[in-house]
Design a protein. Structure first.
Length: 238
């Protein structure tokens, strides 16, 4: 068997037993199958660097996933998850985490320990606030939070100094913190469909920003920041 196994879209209701015997697997894709659950045997596949469990009707994730110390990519999007097991915090090598389209009411606490994380997708959940510890995920390059119920961003968002893309479309954000100006690597900022009526001056000081989407907000007149950004070449949709 190859070190990559793709069983996506096979209408499987259970994982074939031979999968658990393939201890050399590095990539396992089980997405788009009505599995409902993943047994604890997943924790025996310790060579895995990528695990795709999207659209598998999961309501909970086995804590055994936390034994996959080499894992760099974990996709559990499009499921029915409302929490993550504590074992996720042990995935010190994890760089990409897909949590979109689940039932999270808050950013799961085990994510806090994932200091190697570069991509975090938590779109289309029911998250009302970001924890202050979001600023501890200093390796983040892309953060996707569109389609939640956020009303504000914590000041600690400014500690994400490596962040290049921040996606916040379809929330209830009324204002941005001044610390947004600390995101010196930010290139794309999507604020569509919120309740923003004013922008902090610090936004105009972001040297790398080249795409800013402000459509469907509460601006009566174009903010002065917009003209300053456009003058230096940033594309702004308003």
């Amino acid at each position: 068997m190859s070190d990559r196994l793709d069983l996506r879209g096979r209408r499987l209701s259970a994982v074939p037993s031979e999968v658990w015997e393939a201890r050399g697997l590095r990539s396992l894709a089980l997405g788009r199958n009505p599995l409902g659950t993943i047994p604890a045997a997943i924790g025996e596949l310790v060579e895995l660097t990528a695990l795709y469990l999207d659209e598998t009707r999961l309501e909970e994730l086995s804590d055994a996933v936390g034994r996959l110390a080499a894992l760099r990519v974990l996709d559990v999007a499009h499921n029915r998850l409302a929490a993550l097991p504590d074992g996720i915090a042990r995935l010190a090598a994890l760089e990409v985490l897909y949590l979109g389209d689940n039932r999270f009411a808050a950013l799961p606490e085990p994510v806090r320990a994932l200091r190697a994380l570069m991509y975090l997708g938590v779109a289309e959940n029911a998250i009302e606030r970001l924890p202050e510890w979001i600023g501890e995920l200093g390796a983040l390059v892309e953060l996707r939070l569109q389609g939640n119920a956020l009303t504000a961003l914590p000041e600690e968002i400014g500690r994400l100094r490596a962040l290049r893309e921040l996606h916040l479309r379809g929330n209830r954000i009324a204002a941005l913190p001044e610390t947004i100006g600390d995101l010196r690597e930010l290139r794309r900022l999507d604020l569509r469909d919120n309740g923003i009526a004013a922008l902090p001056d610090a936004l105009a000081e972001l040297p790398a920003l080249d795409r800013l989407d402000l459509r469907w907000n509460g601006f009566l007149d174009p903010p002065a920041v917009v003209e300053r950004l456009r003058a230096r070449g940033c594309v702004v949709w308003l």
